[in-house]
Each structure stands twice: as C-alpha cells, then as structure tokens.
Design a protein around this ligand. Sequence first.
Ligand code: 5GP
Length: 125
Amino acid sequence: MPIDAKLPYDDGNIFARILRGELPNKTVMESEHSLAFHDINPLAPIHVLVIPKGAYVSWDDFADQASDAEIADLTRMVGKVAVAVGADTQGYRLLSNVGKRAGQEVAHLHVHIFGGAPLGPMLAS
Ligand code: 5GP
C-alpha cells in the first residue's frame, strides 16, 4: 500500500476520546481489551462498532502489533455482540475500512456489525 494511503494513529481521534471517557457512547459490551458501542449515525437497524482498547489504526496494524489476548478478545467480542443484539438470527455483515481508499474516517481500528435488514450487494457499484 502506498504510504500516503495509510492513516497515522492520532491520540485525539474520536474513538480514543471515547475510550478515555471524554465523549459519551452507548455501550453494548465491554471487556478487558475491547469495547462495543452503537454507531452514532447508523446505516442499518443494527449498527454496532467493536474496537480494541489499544492504539491500533487498522486490521493489519492490529494483526502485527497486538497481543494474542487482545486479538482473541476482539474476535470473540464481535461474535458475542452479534448474538447479543440479535443480528445472528437473520444474518449480518462485518466490515472494517482500512485507509483512505476504503473510506476510513476514524483512525482507530473498528469493526462494523450491520444487521436487522437486508443488506444489499457487498459493494456499491
Ligand atoms: P469508518 O468510515 O471509519 O469505517 O467509520 C467510522 C464510523 O464512526 C462511522 O460509521 C461514524 O458514524 C462513526 N462515528 C463517528 N463519530 C462517532 C462518535 O462520536 N460516536 C459514535 N458512536 N460513532 C461515531
């Protein structure tokens, strides 16, 4: 990936501020290493974000730098949240945008969980 396609980690990003308690959030689930909360601008009836508490900008950064405990915790939380919010009963979609081309707005790794309605094609054409 060209270097300018990547976003740098910035401690002032919105999710870092949520993790520090500087901004409110509607928490769905919290664990030692991860936090799940409702997206402020939901794009589906169910739209939850799952983030690591550590300062990771992207999935590749997380896979390279995070501990096995952090990776297991986030992975398990995604599945548990999908069940907790009822997304598993009708099917759901996981999405993680990485970098500018993918439209990543917040430079702190997050996994979107979408559900609660038919989700349409995988990518807009
Ligand atoms: P991205 O485009 O980076 O994959 O997604 C960022 C997501 O963060 C968007 O869906 C946006 O609605 C959500 N978001 C941005 N600011 C806030 C906020 O302050 N609180 C919450 N809960 N979600 C936010």
